[in-house]
Design a protein. Structure first.
Length: 140
């Protein structure tokens, strides 16, 4: 195991999540996105998992969906946007405040939506613990 891997194993999920902002270009700082989700969404921080996200209208433009300062009326929301997650993602489905038809996340700057049951079953069936930051959604 190389030195970088040892350092990563000692970081908490929130520390891993914050490192994402140093490793790739982001529209805002970690603190700005964190504040946006504290005010307009949900933030979960445990020793095993860090997650920030919010309910969104999946038909809205990319720039609106990925901006944590944009708020959607609850009746318009049809998806959870997993904005940023790090740690043991198998714990994520139990944290979702209420069910919506879809869950969205961004990988490689492509926003994707999956049926709620399809993605949560895939996560729950996973036996792999994620020990590095997984940038689930990024505002570009």
């Amino acid at each position: 195991m190389n030195e970088a891997m040892v350092v990563n194993l000692r970081l908490t999920p929130v520390e891993l999540a914050a490192r994402v902002y140093k490793l790739e270009p982001c529209a805002r700082t970690f603190r700005e996105d964190l504040e946006g989700h504290l005010i307009n969404g949900y933030v979960f921080n445990t020793p095993e998992l860090f997650l920030m996200g919010r309910a969104v209208d999946s038909s809205a433009p990319y720039e609106v969906v990925t901006d944590p300062w944009q708020v959607f009326a609850r009746e318009r929301c049809d998806a959870w946007l997993c904005y940023l997650a790090a740690g043991d993602l198998t714990r994520m489905p139990g944290l979702i405040p209420y069910e919506l038809p879809k869950i969205g996340f961004e990988r490689g700057n492509i926003l994707r939506y999956y049926r709620y049951g399809r993605l949560t079953n895939k996560i729950l069936c996973s036996t792999t613990l994620i020990h590095s930051a997984a940038r689930i959604s990024t505002a570009t």
